[in-house]
Design a protein around this ligand. Structure first.
Ligand SMILES: Nc1ncnc2c1ncn2[C@@H]1O[C@H](COP(=O)(O)OP(=O)(O)OP(=O)(O)O)[C@@H](O)[C@H]1O
Length: 396
């Protein structure tokens, strides 16, 4: 196993000038020895490029790669001692399942007894034990991909195992089982795993740390809880969660108090809003964006002409959807919309009702004009770090 350090950029075209010429903009990042990582982002954001640079299939146009401090930039995947699992099964049809699993070990001259033990263990983990003597040619695509996963995991001496969307061909139910299985296998084998996916549920279930990428940039590296609670960039807030984070156009007045549509959000002067006190002074007179996840928006009835509760904005209910495990309420606030996830046991307000929506609280995030996080609630606020993993379960 190895610690992997990257300090690089990559452009497929020669002589890159603008950001858009780069598949990967300059980045510095480390994968800790024995960690389970996911590279997550939409199509074309640079995930495969990054994975291929780690494996040695691609040489970065700038900078380099270090394994345990050693410069491996010019080395091949074999020399780097990398195992890879691709989208589609790479196995030998004429061999049995056991022979396929044993292949990477036999290639390296591992002793027979050791091979038998390791193949037995991997087959057991992947529930392939009863198929070990079957010829691979007769197996389903799912079973073949399981063998590919097994071949990737069978060697104990690899620097890292890299997965490029390995569950694409897998049937949805089995996909769910395998995601959990891989997590369990990581805990047992303690291999460094890097897993490319565009599916947030897959990333959040599998990885301890997730690298969120967009347009050639790694915008945040964090645990599921960190990405959910404190997205460091608006893209992360939007991409993680179902639905993603709400963003409202906001500003600060001369004293640094937050305003929406030119009106101060009530309660800030006294610090009365429950759980809300920014962890730094907000710049006065700035154009900002207020981010709050649908899970954390509180919805209260609002009497005509009645005062707005602290930390709230006024809105009108546009839509209420029954999602099964929760209600999804959409409210109009001036020209913008805000979504709130309400408990399935609650009685949501009717469409057309005027409501107060609490947007300031312990989970509010404030973003600057460049979409980067500039403030959250100061410590001491209520934390719900397990939320994302639970949400990932809801989505499956
Ligand atoms: N061999 C190549 N030559 C030129 N451009 C490439 C090459 N491979 C990828 N690109 C471009 O580099 C950018 C990043 O591609 P990459 O395949 O790394 O993204 P990705 O996030 O893995 O996408 P996907 O999920 O669709 O595989 C894209 O704009 C893509 O068109």
């Amino acid at each position: 196993m190895a610690r992997i350090d990257l300090d690089l950029a990559h452009a497929y075209r020669p002589d890159p000038k603008e950001d858009s010429d780069y598949a990967l903009l300059p980045l510095t990042m480390s994968f800790e020895d024995g960690g389970a990582y996911a590279l997550l982002g939409p199509s074309g954001c640079g995930k495969t490029t990054l994975l291929n640079i780690v494996s040695g299939l691609l040489r970065p146009s700038q900078g380099g790669v270090r394994f345990d401090g050693r410069d491996v930039t010019a080395l091949t995947p074999q020399q780097r001692n990398i195992a890879q699992v691709f989208q589609f099964p790479v196995i030998y049809d004429t061999m049995t399942v056991a022979e396929n699993l044993a292949f990477p070990l036999r290639n390296r001259g591992v002793a027979k007894e050791r091979i038998r033990a390791r193949v037995g263990r991997i087959a057991e983990m992947l529930e392939l034990s009863d198929q070990l003597d079957r010829r691979a040619s007769g197996l389903t695509a799912d079973a073949k991909q399981k063998i590919s996963l097994g071949r990737g995991l069978v060697r104990e001496d690899v620097s890292a195992v890299l997965f490029d969307e390995p569950l694409t061909v897998i049937d949805p139910h089995l996909k769910w089982q395998l995601r959990r299985k891989l997590k369990q296998i990581h805990h047992e084998l303690k291999l460094t795993l890097i897993y490319v996916t565009h599916d947030q549920v897959e990333a959040l279930t599998f990885a301890d740390r997730i690298v969120v990428m967009t347009r050639g940039r790694a915008v945040q590296v964090g645990s599921a809880g960190e990405l959910f609670e404190r997205p460091s960039h608006r893209f992360v807030g939007h991409f993680i969660g179902s639905p993603g984070m709400n963003f409202l156009r906001a500003a600060t007045d001369a004293s640094g108090a937050l305003t929406l549509a030119g009106r101060p959000i009530p309660g800030q002067a006294d610090g009365d809003v429950p759980g809300w006190r920014p962890d730094g002074r907000l710049p006065p007179g700035a154009a900002l964006s207020l981010g709050i996840r649908p899970e954390y928006v509180e919805v209260h009835a609002l009497a005509d002409g009645g005062p707005l509760p602290d930390g709230c904005v006024a809105g009108q209910v546009e839509r209420v959807q029954d999602i099964g495990t929760y209600w999804l309420l959409t409210a109009a606030i001036g020209g913008e919309t805000l979504k709130a996830r309400l408990s399935a046991q609650s009685h949501p307000p009717a469409v057309g009702a005027r409501v107060a929506l609490r947007v300031l609280g312990p989970h509010t995030c404030i973003y600057g004009a460049d979409d980067a996080l500039i403030a959250t609630a100061a410590p001491g606020r209520e934390e719900r770090p397990d939320r994302t993993r639970r949400d990932a379960e809801d989505l499956r």
